[in-house]
Design a protein around this ligand. Structure first.
Ligand code: NDP
Length: 315
């Protein structure tokens, strides 16, 4: 058997097309586009790429997106001051602080910054108010990556209600909100992590298996029930030729990519899983593009909600 490949790039394009019409409508009604403020501190190369992707997607969707850059030497206070300015800005409906913040800002910096964002502008859905709403199944702004996974499942015709779902990973940004979103959609959910015993056996009970770990090709054949849907959230960059040779079969396109660029991306799921899974997301081109599409959707929703609040209740 060979898994159906769930093309996230195509679905994200479709969603962005749908959003563009709603963005244009918003612009006409309010005389300005929805606005997103992105805060980037430091020069992390992966963050640079992610931020560029977000700016491009916002521009393509007809939104305003402003990048606030801070040097790696910036203090936490400086980041908080930018967040405060964006909280008060009439032009910005959404605020995103790119993670990770420079290590020098301290271990709790990210949490302090996320806590400082106005929950109504928190398009990443990391503020405790938005996390609480997600727990209570009344989220208006849910984290983008897990929301993208739900969208991908829905648009691929994969039934969530009643399915047995296993999420590997319990981070605040992916694993935990993923589990909550699946639970809110009536899946029976198990969350696994680094202390889970008999991980492969637990994973193999899943109709929907989500891997959000950050370990290259960790999910092997024995983790997957034949016919299961496997969602690979992991994005890992391989720079060692031996790893590439070990993971990808001879003739796989990744060998040419590695020869050309000196590195290649791999998810948390081993390519051999395509032989048993019913459906599988590729890396790249699976969950990643959906994450950005959901960021655009959250920004539009935040903008619409803000203008509705400003106009007051309908007479
Ligand atoms: P974190 O490092 O925050 O969390 C990783 C989780 O995996 C933790 O809960 C950890 O358990 C668990 N884990 C680690 N090792 C094992 C193991 N051997 N067995 C079982 N569980 C394990 O990562 P993130 O959630 O931020 O990201 C996960 C992956 O998703 C990364 O590759 C990241 O790059 C990618 N990502 C992709 C996005 C996209 O848009 N495609 C967006 C965001 C992330 P414990 O809690 O016990 O430590």
């Amino acid at each position: 058997m060979s898994a159906r490949i769930l093309n996230g790039t195509l679905l994200a394009q479709q969603i962005r097309g749908e959003l563009a019409a709603a963005v244009m409508d918003f612009h006409q009604r309010h005389g300005r586009p929805p606005g997103l403020g992105i805060v980037l501190a430091g020069e992390d190369p992966a963050s640079e790429i992610y931020v560029r992707g977000k700016l491009k997607a916002a521009a393509e969707a007809g939104m305003r997106a402003d990048l606030e850059r801070l040097p790696a030497s910036a203090s936490l206070r400086e980041v908080l001051a930018v967040v405060d300015r964006l909280n008060r800005s009439p032009l910005h409906d959404g605020i995103l602080v790119q993670s990770p913040l420079p290590a020098g800002m301290g271990a709790t910096a990210e949490q302090q910054v996320f806590d400082a964002i106005d929950p109504a502008k928190d398009v990443d859905g990391f503020h405790p108010v938005n996390v609480g709403r997600l727990v209570q199944n009344r989220a208006t702004l849910a984290p983008c990556t897990p929301s993208g996974v739900i969208e991908l499942l829905d648009r691929s015709g994969i039934e969530i209600a009643g399915a047995r779902a296993v999420v590997i990973g319990r981070s605040e940004i992916v694993g935990k909100p993923m589990a909550l979103l699946l639970l809110n959609r009536h899946a029976t959910v198990t969350v696994c992590h680094s202390r889970t015993k008999e991980l492969a056996d637990v994973a193999a009970t899943a109709d929907i298996l989500v891997a959000a770990v950050g370990r290259p090709a960790m999910v092997r054949l024995g983790f997957v029930k034949p016919g299961a849907t496997v969602i690979d959230v992991g994005v890992n960059r391989l720079t060692d030729a031996a790893d590439v040779a070990r993971i990808f079969p001879p003739g796989a396109p990744q060998h040419a990519t590695f020869a050309r660029r000196g590195s290649v991306l791999v998810g948390d799921v081993h390519p051999e899983v395509a032989d048993v899974a019913g459906a599988l997301t590729p890396v790249p081109g699976g969950v990643g593009p959906l994450t950005i599409a959901m960021l655009m959707r959250n920004t539009l929703h935040a903008a619409q909600a803000r203008m509705a609040r400003a106009q007051g209740p309908a007479a």
